[in-house]
Design a protein around this ligand. Structure first.
Ligand SMILES: [Zn+2]
Length: 94
């Protein structure tokens, strides 16, 4: 699990503008790390609310393409039971 965040950042930095990255995780704790890291890379300001202007200068690297994680359809789970816990999230480099 410690490797997920650096792996995502390395993959994102290797993308050209418009390039896409999809991550499939098989455990909810892994998926949470993926979700949080993707969100952190969308450049949403993380300044405290009592500061009148942005000082964090967060740079947007990603646009999130999957509002919610995609999960396999029932037919896929039947054909491949190990897919049942899979969650896919996709992003595009901006
Ligand atoms: Zn800010």
């Amino acid at each position: 699990m410690d490797n997920i965040k650096p792996a995502i950042n390395a993959a994102v930095d290797a993308l050209k503008t418009g390039g896409r990255l999809c991550v499939i995780s098989f455990h909810s704790l892994e998926d949470r790390i993926v979700k949080n890291e993707f969100r952190a890379l969308t450049g949403v300001c993380v300044c405290p609310k009592d500061i009148p202007f942005c000082v964090c200068q967060k740079e947007a690297k990603l646009e999130i393409l999957t509002r919610k994680a995609l999960i396999p359809a029932a037919e896929e789970i039947e054909a491949n039971p190990r897919a049942r816990s899979a969650k896919l999230r996709a992003v595009r480099r901006v």
